[in-house]
Design a protein around this ligand. Sequence first.
Ligand code: NAI
Ligand SMILES: O=C(O)/C=C/C=C(\O)C(=O)O
Length: 493
Amino acid sequence: MTADTARWIRNFVDGQYVEPDENHSVRSFEKTDPATGLVVARVHEADEALVDRAVTGARSALGTWARTPVRERTAVLRRAADLIEERFEEFVAAEIADTGKPVTQARELDVARALANFRTFADVVAAAGQESFLTDLAGGRQALNYAVRKPLGVVAVIVPWNLPLLLLTWKVAPALACGNAVVVKPSEETPGTATLLAEVLRDAGLPAGAYNVVHGFGADSAGAYVTSHPGIDGVTFTGSSATGSHVMRTVAPRVRPVSFELGGKNAALVFGDADLDETLDGLTRSVFANTGQVCLCTERVYVHRSVFADVADGLAERARSLRLGRPLDEATTTGPLISQAHRDKVRGYFALAEQAGAKVLTGGGIPELGAELDGGSWIEPTLWTGLTNADRPVREEIFGPVAALIPFDTEDEAIALANDTDYGLAASVWTTDLRRGHRVAQAMDVGMAWVNTWFLRDLRSPFGGTGLSGIGREGGASSLHFYTEPTNVCVQL
Ligand SMILES: NC(=O)C1=CN([C@@H]2O[C@H](COP(=O)(O)OP(=O)(O)OC[C@H]3O[C@@H](n4cnc5c(N)ncnc54)[C@H](O)[C@@H]3O)[C@@H](O)[C@H]2O)C=CC1
Ligand SMILES: O=C(O)/C=C/C=C(\O)C(=O)O
């Protein structure tokens, strides 16, 4: 398919899809399928005026939506979840068109989580109370303090390409449940599901202007137009640490709150007493899920020397058994990387690892999958030994299906190696010693530490990272805190 015959992906502003100019004088860009490299759509890039219309529309929608009773707001969210469920396979198809990921993953993780995000935040907001304190005063009188939480206002939602629908709804659901209006800027790589979601939210009864989608890139494009717009009251962002830092500087002059979930360089710690099969299954997921393109993925595996050879052999064997292939084939376990540019980045680390003297246990190249997929951004699941924490592939976020395995001798050494990073997102600890599991997990300088599992999520728990991995937490009450501003009322009784 050529760009000229491809379908348009449109912006959604103030309750309506915006038709791209018929004479094509508007800016637009091609959307390619990462699995094949073929152009599948043309995306209408929002200019500054359109972003302004989106922010203005969002501001006026606040007049109704922020005042809508919680019972009605949460009903809209639940209807949205029901409508996504009715159109489940359409969302699966849009997620696959965006990312090239396997159909089983799109169904079981991405679209399933979109439903869960809307339903969970409807429940969380419906059950939320107000903070209050009775204050004893001199002379026996008291004061009552209570904090009324109000919507933050117009929230910019900037999301990346790796889990586009999951991460979008993870932010949009609590933002809307709290009474905010949102202006969403999806990644230029994955514009599809955010656009489809607009229809669902409109049909669920969300007032016009409360959900807007503007397409484009970062600098000198929709991303920068949204984050620098004076009508934005806060920014929630998931993506790279470098872009997070840039967004922070953009909003700094207007002192707007930010919630950032950024990159990771996550460690797994495998102790000598770990259940080997369970650990290898868990590591296989944590290193290779979504082709390693999850901020939580493990890229550093520290293994007790007594089981190092078993873990290295077992993980390499499991990596070789992953099935790369057509997204719609139910047997496919592993998709492509998001783009050729991202593959170039990952391959750059293959070269760096080689220069640093790594031994490649498996992978290290580009797979041959046949003519249909040759233009896609495929890469082999790859494991290295022989690297240390001093080497760049062990220090920098690669965001691909790769990990370095490094031996350790003592628990203290393992903790020190795992914490020797500028990132602080996630870790997993593999041991059958319960006390050690708690002890080591608590010693991790990260936002989330798992014991004998990985990416097991309760959406009410705090999610986010420290250091280069972000600012703030989202999930459950943490989301409510970010998406609202309290006014404390103090009444002398
Ligand atoms: N969740 C995570 O931890 C993610 C990490 N990454 C990391 O980032 C690297 C680069 O990937 P990118 O796609 O370039 O990520 P990015 O962080 O640049 O992009 C994320 C989002 O931010 C937008 N954006 C970019 N520059 C902006 C600006 N100046 N103002 C406002 N919005 C802006 C993008 O258009 C996209 O919607 C990856 O190789 C990976 O290492 C990428 C995606 C997700
Ligand atoms: O909310 C989740 O369960 C997963 C979040 C994953 C990311 O934030 C990411 O990969 O960027």
